[in-house]
Design a protein around this ligand. Sequence first.
Ligand SMILES: [Zn+2]
Length: 91
Amino acid sequence: MSPLRIVVIAVLLYLAYRMITGGRKDKKPEENTNSDSRSELPVEDILMEDPICNSLVPKQQAIHLQHDGSTVYFCSEECCNKFIAQQGENR
Ligand SMILES: [Zn+2]
């Protein structure tokens, strides 16, 4: 057997290995799409408006503050602190 044939066989074995492992990787995105459909829960879809910067924030990620019996949502602690400061100025 010539050295060139050994190299060709090695490359073919490597490509076959890549195809097998590549086939396994193709199955994982399907699992991810399944988990994506699970993440379509109503809680994550709810967007709350930040009264300070007027940006829409997903309710789960928002910083929430109890204010006058209702909950106010903010994109960041910075906006929350600004809101608290504004309330203090009004009083
Ligand atoms: Zn904000």
